[in-house]
Design a protein around this ligand. Structure first.
Ligand code: NAD
Length: 454
């Protein structure tokens, strides 16, 4: 069995090695998941709900351990990592209410009784990226389990540790051993087998648009269901009538959270031209004030990038002659540190068009509302975005016009477990979270019962 070496990105120390699941073991896991799913779906809804609540309680009892593991494996600041572990608990608790509420419909028809059932799909494969390992895994497994499915999770190669621990906690909490299995390994082995294995009925993929496109093409061969959560190049649109101080003070946190390794990062700041100079004056101290450092420290707001190779990718977007407006601070020495960086490039520059997935933001001026909307939509992506204005009509007009799945007005919020999340255009397909997520792990079955005459 091959292994991968897990590195602490803040120190470059080796944390441990993780065995990579070989192909035969994936097939074995699928076979066991098929059997576990049948038994799970036969349980009374209240029993499945209780099992998910027990899993949530186990996560709650291990928030500190999970957070420490994420700090070490992914370099997330401790406060963020604690929020992420708590979010997994909350996602489980929210969907623990679903088994008893997947009620189907009774539809009035002539000559009989017509009802729909929300049948589970069977076994679901969840493929996660390295940027938010725990939370993204839970967005797949919690609603899928609630709807009566078994789940196999393949974490990203660089950051498997918290997902492996969540798999152990599920068993410790009493979930059947084969119901939720974590299979660390390569995308080209485990991930591709999720796509090709006929007993995996749905793939939930979160990652790059490039790989997501391949997953969708492969799934087509079996008309396999997919949910895709892919890349982003979101706009933070700052109009001249907004609270400019607040817009500037919060803009760094809309893009540099998780060191910019966030699919929702507002990596293009669009500023109305007549307030550009003032906005930049206000933005500079805000960017320089971002506390970058040891992720174990409670003062830290931004940690390192996840790996050396990712650091090199991000750095390639900021060559020596890059149009840098200003930079924040970052530690030197060991660790994959990259300072928050503000660019003022041309609209056609690759830093404006491509997802950098690091702490690099492009500031672009716009002339009027129409120009702002056109610029915001001038991207193949459509995941997230923010609109800063004190004009309610403008806020409504612009939020209806920006082609994006998750917008916030006068804030940078994107993710709540009880509201739907997902992308327009090449940012994805389908929605996660919110009240309807379990339905995307079911098939609707319609049954008509003829009623004979009395
Ligand atoms: P990636 O596409 O390289 O990898 C994602 C996952 O897919 C990993 O687990 C990887 O092992 C697996 N994989 C690789 N090749 C595969 C294949 N051929 N078949 C099946 N699986 C395969 O992405 P990444 O670098 O880990 O993550 C960063 C990307 O994820 C960014 O583009 C980011 O925007 C995106 N992302 C999107 C969301 C969202 O909700 N929309 C959330 C987080 C990250």
């Amino acid at each position: 069995m091959t292994t991968s070496t897990i590195i602490n990105p803040a120190t470059e120390e080796v944390l441990r090695t993780v065995e990579q699941t070989p192909l035969e073991a994936v097939d074995d896991a699928v076979a066991r998941a098929v059997a576990a799913q049948r038994a799970w779906a036969r349980l009374a809804p209240a029993e499945r709900a209780a099992a998910l609540r027990a899993f949530a309680a186990a996560v709650d009892a291990h928030v500190d351990e999970l957070a420490a593991l994420e700090v070490a494996n992914s370099g997330h600041p401790i406060g963020n990592a604690e929020w992420e572990a708590g979010h997994v608990r909350d996602v489980l608790l929210y969907y623990a209410a679903s088994p008893e509420r997947l009620s189907g419909k009774q539809i009035p028809v002539a000559g009989g009784l017509d009802v729909t059932f929300n049948e589970p799909l069977g076994v679901v494969g969840v493929i996660t990226p390295w940027n938010f390992p725990m939370t993204i895994a839970s967005w797949g497994f919690a609603p899928a389990l609630a709807a009566g499915n078994a789940v196999l999770v393949k974490p990203a190669e660089w950051t498997p540790l918290t997902t492996i621990r969540l798999g152990e906690l599920a068993v410790e909490a009493g979930l059947p051993a084969d119901l939720l299995q974590v299979l660390p390994g390569r995308g080209s082995v485990v991930g591709e087998r999720f796509v090709t294995h006929p007993d995996i009925r749905k793939v939930v993929f979160t990652g790059s648009t490039e790989v997501g496109t391949r997953v969708m093409a492969g799934a087509a061969a079996q008309v396999k269901r997919v949910t895709l959560e892919l890349g982003g190049k979101s706009a933070n649109i700052v109009f001249d009538d907004c609270d400019l101080e607040k817009a500037a003070a919060t803009a760094p946190y809309g893009v540099f959270d998780n060191a910019g390794q966030d699919c929702c990062a507002r990596s293009r700041i669009l500023v109305q031209r007549n307030v550009l100079d003032r906005f930049m004056e206000l933005l500079e101290p805000a960017v320089k004030g971002v506390v970058v450092g040891d992720p174990r420290s409670r003062d830290t707001e931004m940690g390192p990038l996840v790996s050396k190779s990712h650091w090199e990718t991000v750095a390639s977007y900021v060559p020596d002659d890059a149009p840098v407006a200003f930079r924040g601070a970052a530690p030197s020495g060991r660790g994959f540190w990259f300072p928050p960086t503000v660019l003022m490039p041309d609209r056609a520059d690759r830093t404006v068009r491509e997802e950098i997935f690091g702490p690099v933001v492009a500031v672009l001026p716009f002339d009027d509302e129409a120009d702002a909307i056109a610029l915001a939509n001038d991207t193949p992506y459509g995941l997230s975005g923010s609109i800063w204005t004190d004009n309610l009509s403008r806020a409504l007009r612009v939020s209806r016009s920006v082609e994006s799945g998750n917008l916030s007005v006068n804030s940078h919020s994107s993710v709540r477990y009880n509201t739907p999340f997902g992308g327009f255009k090449q940012s994805g397909l389908g929605r996660e979270l919110g009240p309807d997520a379990p339905l995307s792990f079911t098939e609707t079955k319609n049954v008509f019962f003829a009623i004979g005459g009395a």
